[in-house]
Design a protein around this ligand. Structure first.
Ligand code: ATP
Length: 887
């Protein structure tokens, strides 16, 4: 193995047969053939058998096993076989569920898997990280997740956080020089390692190792850290199941003793206890919750909201504040230069004249202190930056004459030799002719970007950035063909123009330069000569207005947080409906001056934060959370990660977001669109509501069974059902309607309600009372059927009770679809419910009408009248519940 850090990068490239242009497609194929894809092998998953067996490690299942053993000694030993068959079936279902859930998580993970920018065939392209091969040239920028190990070949102030590998949380400054000697991994500062994050600067890196050959791939066990995948809801249901199991055991014991006191035989008493336990255990509950959640996340992914953390699905329903970035999320991020302020005039970009030296220098600045590019008409990089390139490309070329005091090199190398009038202006030619010597990349804290180039044969620093930052650093101005001290009236005029642009919602960039031989450092970003302003429009997304309105109706406050100028931000916020009369707008500086108490007091009224730094975002989240809100915060930059983590739901941008921000978030917007968050909230509320309704359905049905068995044991009746009956209902005829309830589509009413209180669990007192009441209704109908049957004999009583309970629960599925009555919900909106009902009726019909099954299910002979009685009684509870809902 080559110790890449010791070798000169050029030699290494030669050795690996790569040029600066990157690999060719052919080379890539050959290499991939040899080393495979750039993937880390996942931790060994539980085997199918292990998953299957783990299904039996559940208290409720253990109770069922005990029930099976007891049944073996009863008159009806077939029950044992049935219970065991049911347990096995249940475990198979559980296993299938588990594997499916893993798969759907896997595909969600695929959707949010990182990408990498690389050079191939001389072109910079973006590819999924698994396609990177050794020999590729990785292009790293702040915010990137490094996806392979590599040797830095060109370094521009790169700083990397390698904590995932070394545990060291401070950032490492990198170099492209060769290092000597055997140095430990953490000190190989000319190398980057897979899994690290670029926090600052830029670099080109020759990939040396991929996949399992990377350092992180070699650390066995690292990927084995299985993440906690249970959501709060699942945890609280687990807790509930635990309590339920204990409760069941106690009640079963009581019933057993009651029977013994009434001189029921030991085995029959035991069977009563068993029936009760089986009636009470909601066998399908766990898998129903998983299924409904899986359906929900699938639906969200198809609507561009990729859930990374299942917890988010539940929290989404509680969101009461959404803090959203402006650029690209609320706006289209389609920047177009609208106005230019240069030489004291406001002109439109098509009036730019390249023969005017001042204009030309402004344009050079715009394209040289700029990292974006345009390939096949599509911008790559920051939209703010490629708007400047588009402006450049649209400048009329015939205005340009050679040798007008501009950049000689530029003119020599491109213009004279080319038929320039025929050609579109191309920034790449300019960039090649005027190479960059040094640079300080843009960051949203500093709000500036500077490069040093050789212009007019002199080393010149070109800077662009936010006016409020840059103007303070200008000591001179270039105007009327001369450079002079900047006066107060110049400054006032510039600020006035800036305000004018901002009031129109334009995003303003300012430009300045200086000639300087000194090293380009952040400290030296001063003493500039002011050149001009370029203002661009970024129209609000059409959907934003409606989405903000919907959020408002849903009791959710939308807050705009932007790095842009305050006036621009207010202008856009007004257009979208975020900023209303009486609202406040605050800048990052003003926020810094506010105490936490003051912020806490004012926060409800502040709807726009401008010129904020990423640190400000954390304070904003905290202040809202202190008021008891569940906060969603969007972010895209590398510095946004802490705020994204701090928020209850961190939302990263799928298109423009850095890998770092995606890593820190619990949801990714595949389309960067604010409106998608609102859709996700509606979906989140829907998932929660559906789960709640499915639980209501399952538990109220079980409650009916419990009440019947309890009643029979107290009053001294024979058992109304056998264990097999109850298992049949719980596992077969109840599961389908429960899943159908879980598939209830989301509707507008969901966004009319206030956000859910996050502290309130599902099993509230009100919820439990409802379960009891509905269970009692079904129980009464069931016992009525029992008494009708009892007039003939106990066998018919049991048959009628069983059939009535089954069908009543099938009808009850319709009640649990939502708060409203079926008339308002409409039958056709959830066809699955009808299918589930039909299937359930088919199952019970098979049991009732196929004589071969009568022995096993203890079905007695019945008449057509009995059937009508069963149907009638089974329908009564639903009729009553529907009438109550109507009222
Ligand atoms: P949001 O947080 O809503 O996405 P934003 O994109 O406007 O807002 P930043 O990207 O942090 O926030 O930009 C803040 C300011 O920095 C802008 O208003 C602009 O003046 C300046 N700016 C933005 N991009 C660049 C850039 N590439 N080079 C120099 N200055 C820039």
């Amino acid at each position: 193995m080559i110790e890449s850090w010791k070798v000169d990068s050029n030699k290494l490239m030669k050795k690996m047969n790569v040029t600066e242009k990157g690999l060719s497609d052919e080379q890539v194929l050959q290499i991939r053939e040899k080393v495979g894809e750039n993937l880390l092998e996942e931790a060994k998953k539980k085997s199918v058998l292990q998953v299957f067996l783990s299904q039996f490690c559940d208290l409720l299942v253990i109770i069922l096993i005990i029930a099976a053993v007891i049944s073996a000694f009863s008159e009806n030993p077939e029950s044992t076989i049935v219970i065991i068959a049911v347990l096995i079936m249940n475990s198979i279902l559980g296993t299938v569920q588990h594997i499916k859930a893993e798969k759907s998580l896997e595909s969600l993970k695929q959707l949010s898997s990182p990408s990498a920018k690389i050079m191939r065939n001389g072109i910079k392209i973006q590819i999924p990280s698994k396609e990177v091969v050794p020999g590729d040239i990785l292009v790293l920028e702040a915010g990137d997740l490094i996806v392979a190990d590599g040797r830095i070949i060109n370094n521009y102030s790169l700083q990397v956080n390698e904590s995932s590998l070394t545990g060291e949380s401070t950032n490492v400054e990198k170099t492209d020089k060769a290092l000597e000697g055997d140095i430990p991994l953490a000190d190989r500062i000319n190398m980057v390692y897979s899994g690290s994050l670029v926090v600052y600067g830029r670099a080109e890196v020759l990939v040396t190792e991929t996949g399992m050959n990377t350092e992180i791939g070699k650390i066995a066990g690292l990927m084995n850290k299985a993440k906690e995948r249970k959501t709060p809801l699942q945890k609280s249901l687990d807790q509930f199941s635990g309590r339920l199991a204990i409760g069941i055991m106690i009640i079963s014991a009581v019933v057993f003793v009651l029977c013994l006191i009434r001189n029921v035989s030991l085995i029959d008493s035991l069977m009563f206890a068993v029936a009760l336990a089986v009636a009470a255990i909601p066998e399908a509950l766990g898998s129903i919750v998983t299924i409904v959640q899986a359906i929900g996340t699938g639906r969200m992914a198809s609507e561009n909201a990729i859930i990374k953390d299942l917890k988010a699905v539940e929290s989404l329903g509680c969101v009461s504040v959404i803090c959203s970035d402006k650029t690209g999320t609320l706006t289209q991020n389609k920047m177009t230069v609208e106005k230019v302020y240069v030489d004291g005039d406001i002109i439109s970009p098509n009036q730019l004249d390249l023969k005017n030296q001042l204009h030309r220098d402004l344009v050079y600045n715009a394209i040289l202190s700029n990292d974006s590019s345009i390939a096949d008409g599509k911008g790559i990089g920051d939209p703010t930056e490629y708007a400047l390139l588009e402006m450049f490309r649209n400048i009329k070329v015939e205005n340009f004459r050679i040798g007008n005091g501009g950049c000689k090199k530029f003119e020599d190398s491109t213009v004279e030799n080319n038929d320039f009038n025929e050609k579109m202006l191309n920034e790449e030619d300019v960039r090649r002719a005027i190479p960059r010597l040094q640079e300080i990349p843009f960051d949203s804290d500093r709000k500036l970007m500077s490069v040093k180039c050789k212009l007019h044969d002199k080393e010149t620093v070109l800077t662009k950035g936010a006016l409020d930052v840059l103007l303070n650093r200008c000591i001179k101005i270039r105007k009327n063909n001369q450079v002079r001290e900047i006066s107060q009236s110049d400054i006032e005029e510039i600020l006035k123009v800036n305000e004018k642009f901002s009031n129109q919602g334009l995003r303003v960039l300012s430009f300045a330069y200086k000639e300087a031989d000194e090293d380009l450092t952040i400290e030296n970003e001063k003493d500039f000569i002011f050149l001009g302003l370029i203002a661009m429009i970024d129209p609000p997304r059409e959907e934003s207005v409606e989405a903000v309105q919907k959020a408002k109706e849903a009791g959710i406050k939308t807050v705009m947080i932007t790095g842009d100028h305050k006036i621009t931000a207010i202008a856009i916020a007004k257009k979208i409906g975020i900023f209303n009369d009486g609202d406040l707008a605050v800048t990052g500086l003003e926020l810094d001056e506010m105490s936490n108490e003051e912020l806490y007091e004012k926060i409800n009224r502040i709807s726009v934060y401008a010129r904020v730094s990423p640190e400000n975002k954390i304070r904003i989240v905290e202040a809202w959370q202190k008021h008891g809100n569940v906060v969603s915060m969007t972010g895209d930059g590398v510095n946004d990660a802490p705020a994204l983590k701090k928020a209850d739901i961190g939302v990263a941008m799928g298109i423009t977001g850095t890998e770092v921000s995606k890593d820190a978030s619990s949801m990714i917007l595949a389309d960067d669109n604010f409106a998608t968050i609102i859709k996700a909230v509606a979906n989140g509320r829907n998932v929660y509501r559906n789960i709640k309704n499915a639980i209501m359905f399952l538990l109220s049905g079980n409650m009916a069974g419990i009440l019947c068995v309890l009643y029979a044991s107290i009053v001294g009746l024979s058992m109304p059902f056998t264990a097999i009956h109850l298992l049949f209902i719980n596992l077969l005829t109840d599961s389908l309607p429960a899943i159908a309830i879980g598939m209830e589509p989301s509707d507008d009413s969901l966004l009319k309600e206030k956000p859910r209180n996050p502290k309130e669990g599902i099993l509230t007192k009100y919820f439990i009372i409802k379960i009891m009441l509905q269970g009692a209704l079904i129980g009464i109908a069931t016992m009525s059927a029992y008494y009708i049957g009892l007039k003939t004999n106990t066998a018919l009583a049991t048959t009628m009770a069983f059939a009535t309970l089954t069908i009543a629960r099938l009808f009850h599925g319709f009640n649990c679809r939502g708060k409203e009555s079926i008339r308002k919900l409409k039958l056709k909106t959830n066809p699955y419910q009808i299918m589930a009902f039909v299937a359930g009726i088919a199952f019970i019909s098979i049991v009732l009408f196929v004589p071969q099954l009568h022995g096993l299910f203890e079905i007695a002979d019945f008449t057509a009248v009995n059937i009508l009685e069963i149907l009638g009684l089974a329908f009564v509870p639903t009729l009553i519940i529907q009438i109550v809902k109507e009222i």
